[in-house]
Design a protein around this ligand. Structure first.
Ligand SMILES: Cc1cc2nc3c(=O)[nH]c(=O)nc-3n(C[C@H](O)[C@H](O)[C@H](O)COP(=O)(O)OP(=O)(O)OC[C@H]3O[C@@H](n4cnc5c(N)ncnc54)[C@H](O)[C@@H]3O)c2cc1C
Length: 377
C-alpha cells in the first residue's frame, strides 16, 4: 500500500496539491481529497454573480468533473481532526493518514458583527452574492455602503473592486447621480503592501465620487434604522449594505487545537505545522501572506514538491516565498494587476500594472487555465 495522503478541502490549495500529486505520483500513493461541497467556485466569480455578469450555475465547477487520475474525491463533512494521530472524522466515517494537509480555507464569523446576519447583505459567499444580485436592481437612490467588518479578509482588493463595479452598474442603469457610494475599510489604504496600487485605486475612487473611509471597521448594523456603527463609535446611514464579514478559521480546525490566535501556525518556508506529518496551506494558515487563491496555490506547490521529493522524485523545494499576482477589476471593462512578494525580501513589495484590456485577457486565462488543469472542463 502507498503512503496515505489525506487532503482536507478542495479549494484553491487542495485542488492544486492533488493535481500535482496525481501528475507526479499517480497510483504509487493513495491521495484522498475531502470536501463538503459539490463544486468549486473562484473567489472572483462572486463579483460576477453580484453584478449579474454570470449566473451561479455558470460559475460552479462540479467536483464530479475533477481531472486527477489516482485521486479519490469524497464529498464528506469533516467533523473532527486529530493532528497528533493524523486521524479525521467525517459525517461518513474516519480516515487515517500518513500525511495530512489542512486546506479548509477561512470561514465567516457573522456573530462578530451584530445585525449582519439579519441584514443578510454580504457578497463574500456565493449565496450572499446571489441574494444581493436580486437586491441591486431595486437600489436607485440613497447611499450604498461597502463595509468591511474585520481584517484580515480574503483578496484585499475585492471590496475596492466591488465599489468600482457598483459605480459602473449604477451608471448603466442611469441612477448614479441619485446614489452615493461609501467604502469603509479597517486598513490605512486599499491595498497596504502596494502603495502604487492603493494610489491608483484612490484616484479611481476620486474620479468616480466614491467616498473612501480608511481605518474604520463596521462593528454592527442596525438594519431597522439603516445605520452601520463603526468602531470609533460613529454612525453611517445606508440604504444598501454590501458587507465583507469578519473571517475566522473553520470551527472544526479551532476545535482540533491546531490554531494559535486565530489560524494555524506553520513554518512559512515549508508549511509544516507543529504536528509531524501535518501541513496547513492557504487561508487557514497563519503565514503573513494575503488570503488569496494564488497564495494558497503557491503554498500547495511547495508541499507537493516536498511530498514528491520524499517519494524519490525531484528535489526538495527551496522554500515558499509568498509571491503572487492578483487581478483587480477597475471598472469600465479594464483590469489591473498587483504582483506581491511577501516573504523573499525584508519587507513585502507590491508592483502595480496599470489597468488595460490585455490584463482582462490575462485574468480570463488565469481562470481558464486552472479550470482546464483541475477539471475535465
Ligand atoms: C469576492 C472574492 C474575490 C476574490 N478574488 C480573488 C482573486 O481575484 N484572486 C485570488 O487569488 N483570490 C481571490 N479570492 C480569494 C480566494 O477565493 C481564497 O483566498 C482561496 O479560495 C483560498 O483557497 P484555500 O484553498 O485556502 O481555501 P478555499 O478555496 O476556501 O477552500 C476551502 C475548502 O474547504 C471546504 N471545507 C471547509 N470546511 C469543511 C468541512 N468541515 N468539511 C469539508 N470541507 C470543508 C470548503 O467547502 C472549501 O471548498 C477572492 C475571494 C472573494 C470572497
Amino acid at each position: 500500500m502507498g503512503r496515505r495522503i489525506v487532503i482536507l478541502g478542495a479549494g484553491f490549495g487542495g485542488l492544486e496539491l492533488s493535481t500535482m500529486l496525481s501528475e507526479a505520483l499517480g497510483d504509487s500513493v493513495e491521495v484522498t481529497l475531502i470536501d463538503k461541497g459539490d463544486s468549486f467556485v473562484f473567489g472572483y466569480s462572486k463579483l460576477d454573480v453580484l453584478f449579474g455578469r454570470a449566473t451561479p450555475e455558470a460559475v460552479r465547477l462540479p467536483y464530479r468533473e475533477l481531472a486527477m487520475p489516482g485521486v479519490r474525491f469524497l464529498r464528506e463533512t469533516i467533523t473532527a481532526i486529530d493532528p497528533e494521530a493524523r486521524r479525521v472524522s467525517t459525517d461518513a466515517g474516519a480516515h487515517e493518514a500518513d500525511v495530512l494537509v489542512v486546506a479548509l480555507g477561512a470561514d465567516y464569523d457573522f456573530d462578530a458583527t451584530p445585525g449582519l446576519r439579519e441584514a443578510g447583505n454580504e457578497f463574500y459567499s456565493l449565496a450572499g452574492a446571489e441574494r444581493l444580485a436580486t437586491v441591486l436592481p431595486t437600489f436607485s437612490k440613497g447611499r450604498a455602503l461597502i463595509g468591511v467588518c474585520g481584517a484580515p479578509f480574503k483578496c484585499p482588493p475585492a471590496p475596492s473592486e466591488a465599489a468600482l463595479l457598483l459605480h459602473d452598474h449604477l451608471v448603466e442603469r442611469g441612477v448614479r447621480e441619485s446614489c452615493e457610494i461609501s467604502f469603509v475599510i479597517p486598513l490605512p489604504s486599499p491595498v497596504p503592501p502596494s502603495p502604487e496600487t492603493s494610489r491608483a485605486l484612490l484616484e479611481a475612487f476620486a474620479e468616480r465620487g466614491i467616498e473612501f473611509v480608511p481605518e474604520r471597521r463596521v462593528s454592527s448594523l442596525d438594519s431597522e434604522r439603516g445605520v452601520a456603527l463603526l468602531d470609533d463609535g460613529s454612525e453611517m446611514p445606508y440604504d444598501l449594505f454590501l458587507g465583507v464579514p469578519k473571517h475566522c478559521a473553520p470551527e472544526v480546525v479551532v476545535a482540533s487545537g491546531m490554531t494559535d490566535e486565530v489560524y494555524v501556525p506553520v513554518d512559512p518556508r515549508t508549511l509544516q505545522t507543529r504536528y509531524p506529518g501535518v501541513y496547513a496551506i492557504g487561508d487557514v494558515a497563519a503565514i503573513g501572506v494575503p488570503k488569496a487563491g494564488v497564495f494558497a496555490e503557491g503554498a500547495a506547490r511547495i508541499v507537493a514538491q516536498a511530498l514528491i521529493a520524499e517519494a524519490g522524485q525531484g528535489e526538495q523545494p527551496a522554500g515558499y516565498e509568498g509571491r503572487g499576482s492578483c487581478y483587480i477589476e477597475f471598472g469600465a471593462g479594464r483590469v489591473g494587476r498587483v504582483d506581491v512578494d511577501f516573504l523573499s525580501g525584508p519587507n513585502p513589495t507590491g508592483a502595480f500594472k496599470a489597468p488595460s484590456a490585455a490584463l482582462v485577457a490575462e485574468k480570463r486565462h488565469f481562470g481558464s487555465s486552472r479550470r482546464a488543469r483541475w477539471f475535465d472542463a
